[in-house]
Design a protein around this ligand. Sequence first.
Ligand SMILES: [Zn+2]
Ligand SMILES: [Zn+2]
Length: 279
Amino acid sequence: MPILITDLLPGQTALGDLAHMWLRELRPTLERYVIFTFAVWLGLWIVLRPFLRARKIRQATPPSRQLVTELMYSLRSMVIFATAGVLMALMYRAGLYPLQALADTWGPVYFGVSIVSGIVGLDAWFYWTHRLMHDPRLFRRFHRRHHRSHNPSPFTAYSFDVPEAVLLVGYVVVFPLVFPMASGAMAWVMLYQIVTNTLLHSGYELMPARRDGRPMLDLIVTTTHHDLHHAQAGWNYAGWFTWWDRWMGTEHPEYLERYAAKAWRPFGGRPEPQPVPAE
Ligand SMILES: [Zn+2]
Ligand SMILES: [Zn+2]
């Protein structure tokens, strides 16, 4: 895709422009990942650890070397995300996102509609690409790195093989081609994505339960839900909403029982579960 010469500042080369664009794309992705992974790690694993023993899903805690490895692979994924961001900027300059200009004329309410639609679309994209990556013919190349984190940590969020990182960011490139997304809305979708993604791998169940023991927001994927996927791949492919797993019959049969064993019950119900003993 050629860079339009008229887009360059005086004295700027096409290569310099590309490098500048790449850094501009890398920065917000990197910032979001670093802020939220470290915040969740520091908050849940260090500061609140003594108070959250009953919420800890597994007794074991991953070793530090696993966290460092995940951080390294996540950095590689973010290099891929930034490169895709440059590709998008070039596609935008070439006029390949006409729906975005249209969406920008629909006002602030539509900005909110864009964010919600983007999250629902991401969930569907993730569910189906995730199921595809679990096909034995693809798993080793596409998804094994993520499952090397058998017991995940907040840093597992972007610990991907290269094809998996490409598939995930493929959504950001493709969705605005087919759906009118207002300018800037996808950044909010990605913010939601990294915050929840980090929490899903945090190892602590924070979703409060109703009196009957089901999650307060039963349509939302809880940490227990995704943790079960890491423990027993073959179930729970969803990333954000539980509906695809329920419609397709892929929700783990013991999910609700395991969730209820760890969840906080602010409104009473079954007696509080016993805290996991200190390790
Ligand atoms: Zn998986
Ligand atoms: Zn995961």
